[in-house]
Design a protein around this ligand. Structure first.
Ligand code: AGP
Length: 615
């Protein structure tokens, strides 16, 4: 998944493009480049590596050009290299691309057969050749773009400059995000809002199958079929300081500490204060359908899927409704059994994850109602779902998802309470009690975040260990999965999450004096989970007997747990529903501080990207 940007206006395009790319770098950072149209030429500069290397390369260069495009890459076709970096310049066309052209090799064979020289290993360059064939045949972009779109299969967002139309910047969207920032006699094209928000908050979200022809004073939007589309401008209320780190060393740490506010913003507006019970305002048309539903099917990827598993525990306990959870990358290939009494729920921070979008489209193809839980307004997922419940976490820049995850849990918990009440499986007094406790969540999160110094000390003790287990029972099992993923993706230490009872069926063979086992064992205030607590203690002792180090996450004042554990991170005693949310901050902070001690790139870990918009 890559970041693309374009600018057409009267400002210094080098400055605008580099600024924008800096905000897009979390989308991929194998290589980067910009192209700037000067009076009689287009200058292209590309580097392998980060935007910083590109800035160094351009530091001594001045440009008069006020039109240009830029790109930061996460390699799909072709290794990370200057040759494969974008922009690609072919004949009269200069282009940047995000996505995957699935049928690029057949076009490549045809182009080579025509005698065209292919200089890179990328699918993007092939697209540039196809656009250049149109330009050389005398067709303007307005006619050429639909013709090329009809030849391509796969996902793509392009920003294109043509030497024959120097006052037009074209954007094409099909399966990868692209938006237009509308300024004063200037326009921006970008993959994400983050790249343009410091310049304008007037945004047009292009939709799949559309292309835009931007001039300084107007934008023409058309569909691939040639129909004109009236531009729909949204005002985005994210302030630019939300983009900055507010003094934190990393976006990830800032976002961990934003979770109290993020939870509050997500709860806000979803409580009916007349009866003191959750009432999700965005449910809309689905509200009448909910009582008739017999089953939920939750599909997501990575951290979002872990949230889905917590959601399963919530809904099955409070609403007595069966819930299935699946991987986005598996769901559509198993011909899932879906019917009108099934609600398909998609969870995604970015709303652009290709596998999750494909699951959505599979559900729509099978005619089932779809609800998404998403953090980015205007994203593909939020626009294509029947109903979208937004996690109001604000922009999440760190590749490792943190505040999006906990606000996904908040939304799932609210949904479970409302479903339980609608179905009569949750008594009114319980619904009121759980809602009241939910309103205390932001304060409880603040308390857990206050344990950071102890967690940093634990990280200092164990950051060089080669292997971690995370184990939890019941609703803490998905938190174990999440803790393991956090550690893996930012510290590069191998870690595995398991249901605690599963270790003795093989994995415990890995336990030795080098192993660290994080045991997630809070006691919930309603006692239900405490029956599992005793079993968790037995599993902890099994590990201890094999000389493994134990880091427990438990309830404040739990002396027994302290006795059995080498290290203890305490969280406030709270209800069953909120306890997994509070147990999440410790595993996030442990992973963060271990990664910092191991000097990895916490916000942009190797091999990863913030939103995986390719299959
Ligand atoms: C989480 O820390 C990872 N960055 C990754 O697993 C992520 O959750 C996954 O790619 C799904 O992304 P989404 O929520 O934007 O769909």
């Amino acid at each position: 998944m890559c970041g693309i940007i374009g600018y057409l206006g009267s400002s210094d395009s080098k400055k605008v493009l580099l600024e924008g790319l800096t905000h897009l770098e979390y989308r991929g950072y194998d290589s980067a480049g910009i192209a700037i149209r000067e009076k009689d030429r287009v200058d292209v500069f590309r580097v392998e590596g980060r935007i910083k290397s590109l800035e160094e390369k351009l530091a001594s260069k001045q440009f008069s050009g006020t039109v240009g495009i830029g790109h930061t890459r996460w390699a799909t076709h072709g290794a990370p290299s200057e040759l494969n970096a974008h922009p690609h310049r072919v004949g009269a066309i200069t282009l940047v691309h995000n996505g995957i052209i699935e049928n690029y090799s057949e076009h490549k064979d045809t182009l080579v057969g025509m005698g065209r020289k292919i200089s890179s290993e990328t699918d993007s360059e092939i697209a540039a050749h196809l656009f250049d064939l149109e330009a050389q045949a005398g067709r303007k972009l307005e006619e050429a773009i639909p013709r090329v779109m009809s030849q391509l299969r796969g996902s793509y967002a392009f920003v294109i400059m043509s030497d024959f139309e120097p006052d037009i910047l074209a954007g094409v969207r099909n399966g990868a995000p692209l938006l237009i920032g509308v300024g004063e006699k200037e326009h921006f094209l970008a993959s994400d809002i983050q790249a343009v928000l410091h310049r304008t908050n007037q945004i047009i979200f292009l939709q799949d199958g559309q292309f835009a022809l931007c001039k300084r004073d107007k934008v023409t939007i058309k569909t691939a079929e040639g129909d004109r589309v009236q531009p729909d401008i949204s005002s985005i209320d994210w302030t630019s300081e939300q983009m900055d780190k507010l003094g934190y060393p990393h976006y990830m740490l800032k976002e961990i500490f934003e979770q109290s506010q993020a939870a509050a913003n997500t709860i806000d507006g979803n409580i009916d204060h007349r009866d003191g019970i959750v009432s999700i305002r965005e449910l809309g048309s689905l509200l009448t359908l909910l009582p008739k539903l017999k089953r939920l099917c939750i599909v997501a990827c990575g951290t979002a899927r872990h949230a889905g598993i917590v959601g399963k525990y919530y809904v099955e306990r409070l609403a007595q409704m069966p819930v299935e959870v699946d991987f986005g990358s598996e769901f559509r290939y198993r011909d899932p059994i879906l019917d009108q009494e099934t609600l398909l729920i998609l969870i995604s921070q970015s709303g652009e994850t290709a596998d999750t979008l494909a699951a959505l489209r599979e559900g729509k193809r099978k005619g089932v109602p779809t609800l998404s839980i998403c953090n980015v307004r205007g994203s593909t997922l939020s626009r294509e779902s029947d109903v979208v419940l937004h996690t109001n976490a604000g922009p999440e820049i760190g590749v490792a998802s943190t505040k999006a995850f906990t606000t996904q849990l908040v939304v799932l918990y609210m949904l479970a309470i409302q479903l339980g009440k609608l179905r009569g499986t949750l008594k009114k007094d319980k619904a009121v009690e759980f809602t009241r406790e939910l309103l205390h969540l932001p304060l409880l999160i603040e308390r857990v975040l206050g344990t950071e110094p102890e967690i940093e000390a634990i990280a200092r003790k164990y950051y060089s260990r080669p292997f971690f287990f995370y184990m939890g029972r019941g609703i803490y099992y998905p938190i174990a999965l999440e803790g393991a993923l956090k550690l893996k993706e930012i510290s590069y230490i191998h870690a595995e999450g398991y249901p605690s009872g599963e270790l003795k069926h093989g994995p415990i063979a890995l336990v030795d004096t080098d192993t660290v086992t994080v045991s997630i064992a809070p006691r919930a205030s309603n006692g239900v989970v405490d029956t599992l607590f005793e079993k968790q203690i037995s599993n902890l002792l099994e590990v201890k007997a094999r000389k493994g180090s134990i880091v427990s996450i438990g309830t404040e004042g739990d002396l027994r747990l302290r006795e059995y554990s080498d290290q203890l991170i305490s969280i406030p005693r709270t209800s069953w529903g909120l306890s997994p949310i509070l147990a999440t901050m410790p595993v996030q902070l442990l992973a963060y501080h271990i990664a910092v001690l191991r000097q990895t790139d916490v916000d942009k870990p190797r091999n990863l990207a913030k939103s995986v918009t390719v299959e």
